[in-house]
Design a protein around this ligand. Structure first.
Ligand SMILES: O=P(O)(O)OP(=O)(O)OP(=O)(O)OC[C@H]1O[C@@H](n2cnc3c(O)ncnc32)[C@H](O)[C@@H]1O
Ligand SMILES: [Mg+2]
Length: 200
């Protein structure tokens, strides 16, 4: 029987991207929704802390090793906001749309040459809930904040994240193109290199 790992996220966009990139391994990667894992409060002040909280929670609940993703957008003109608060930027009932609306409103007067931003992603692998030395990998993706949304692919802030290399928004990339360039894709490549040593 193949080894199982739980994906400790409630975000379907992340599950899709991570599952596609993990599909070549000899392990079964299962979303935490398969085990009815509840949401956990992300009380950390860093991506690393929050990723560990989520991985530990899913591992505790399922008894399986877990991979968690904590990620967000850091905008230069906003001093690095929304950062670890990216998912809750427009309040407790935030949606991708309301977060985008808030961000574009705050950026309305920011000139084109001052709209740099980056996506950040921390991936954590915990062998079990009490793992004292989780594997931690990070990735970054630099771009610019657009003045209006474009594209329907991806999730979150993708429709307003301009990717210079592709001359398009992140939401206009195929998931394959996005995975090849993104913060998550970069972090996962690093994690895979270490996981393969462990699980063959
Ligand atoms: O905590 P989990 O359950 O994993 O799901 P989440 O959506 O709450 O995820 P985070 O707490 O890590 O918050 C990250 C937010 O940053 C945004 N984000 C992260 N990666 C992104 C990406 O690849 N494209 C667009 N937006 C992204 C997105 O809006 C997320 O809601
Ligand atoms: Mg979250």
């Amino acid at each position: 029987m193949s080894k199982k790992i739980v994906l400790a996220t409630g975000n379907k966009g992340k599950v899709k991207e991570l599952a596609a990139m993990l599909s070549g391994l000899s392990i079964e990667v299962l979303p935490q929704s398969d085990f009815s894992v509840t949401e956990v409060a992300e009380t950390g002040s860093t991506f690393i802390e929050n990723a560990i909280i989520k991985a530990r929670h899913a591992s505790e609940h399922t008894g399986l090793p877990a991979i968690a993703d904590d990620s967000g957008l850091a905008v230069d003109a906003l001093g690095g906001a929304p950062g670890v608060y990216s998912a809750r930027y427009s309040g407790d009932n935030a949606t991708d749309q309301s977060n985008i609306t808030k961000l574009l409103g705050l950026m309305a007067d920011v000139p084109n040459d001052k709209r740099q931003a980056k996506f950040l992603c921390v991936l954590v692998y915990m062998r079990h809930a009490d793992d004292p030395s989780p594997i931690i990998c990070q990735g970054e993706w630099c771009g610019e904040i657009m003045t209006e949304p474009q594209g329907d692919n991806g999730f979150g802030y993708d429709p307003i994240f301009w990717v210079n290399q592709q001359n398009s928004s992140s939401a206009q990339l195929s998931s394959q193109q996005k995975n090849a360039l993104s913060h998550r894709g970069k972090a996962l490549k690093l994690l895979l290199a270490q996981l393969q040593n462990q699980i063959g």
